[in-house]
Design a protein around this ligand. Sequence first.
Ligand SMILES: [Zn+2]
Length: 411
Amino acid sequence: MQNFEESLYNSFEKYKEKSLKIRRFKQKDILPLIQKLPFENMVVGHSYEGREIIKVALGQGKRKILLWSQMHGNEATATMAIFDIFNFFKEKGVDFQSEKEEILSNLQLHFIPMLNPDGAERFIRYTAQGIDMNRDALRLQCPESRILKDNVGKLKPEFSFNLHDQGTRYSAGISPKQATVSFLATAYNEAREWNEVRIKSRQVIGHLNAVLQNFIPGGIGRFSDEFEPRAFGDNIQKWGSSLILIESGGLVGDLEKQEIRKLNFVAILSALLAISRENYGHFSLQDYENIPQNEKALFDLKIENAQMEGSGGKYMVDLGINIDEKNNPRATNYTHTSVIEDIGDLSVFFGLKTIDAQGAILKPISQFPALVQKYKIKGSTPSQIELGGKASFVIDYKSGQKVILNGKILD
Ligand SMILES: [Zn+2]
């Protein structure tokens, strides 16, 4: 028999909100979805530019849970999962009836999807004021910050879920394993002490780690718990709500994070059931600390053991290449930009993709007119392979050539 989480994972397609397909959706795309929900919703305030910020509530239990996503406008993965979770609870079929009833009779769920709609409009981290609202928990200069603080203050949730995306190049420990999901039980003071409130965060995270290891073995990281006095997670923990930070990272081949969205769906529902049953208490500090820390040990592409040649002669290098997203003007889509981030002995780092260039020389594309024609390469390509430059060049092996264009391997 499948357990709850496996069944959720396997039946995800049934609940997936199909209108949300890519991360760059806007507030106008979620408003009609909220209006159609059979759950109570209320406008809890307006963004700096006047967009409505809406809270959706369901469940009749006594114990309150607050969940919000996208306080950073370009971190949309959990927002998609929240709409999948709404579909899960609204469906009146026979599946998961007992678990749904259990959750909704014990808990009162309050969701604020897309806390920073102005940032989502531009697909940027910041609010319309250019402020990182996760450093605004004390000054409260963003209306979005005041809304979050207000809701925590009014509801006094037993648990809070702070849902983010992190960079895709974090590794789980110093390893080649990408951190696909990361967790943190935020600290509430400089000494990073464990009180009852914070212990519950780490216990639920222990549970979530055990659940997700089945789907992404080794792909889970733990954020540093250094106290950040200006951040919401740290302050909400201090204000007495057990805060669980979930960060959606990267997974090779999942550019739009649809698999990670599914993992969020499973993880959040699994956490809600565990909380409603209060069966997370057996997870220890050791279980939590066994989750490897997030490290920056990854490049998107690593070229190993290549030869370069310049006026002073030949030498051996590794190249570390990263690829980032650049929004199009209306932030509905993006292009990739690559950069040669590091050159030299990169033996302590890993690549999400790695090419062994043993015996090959790196050369500018312009030296290979036949390849320019073969791959229909348009526009100018760099005439030098240099630190900070664009990653477009040829790996010239004795047996043939491999072309790297804007950080991508052509073949
Ligand atoms: Zn974030």
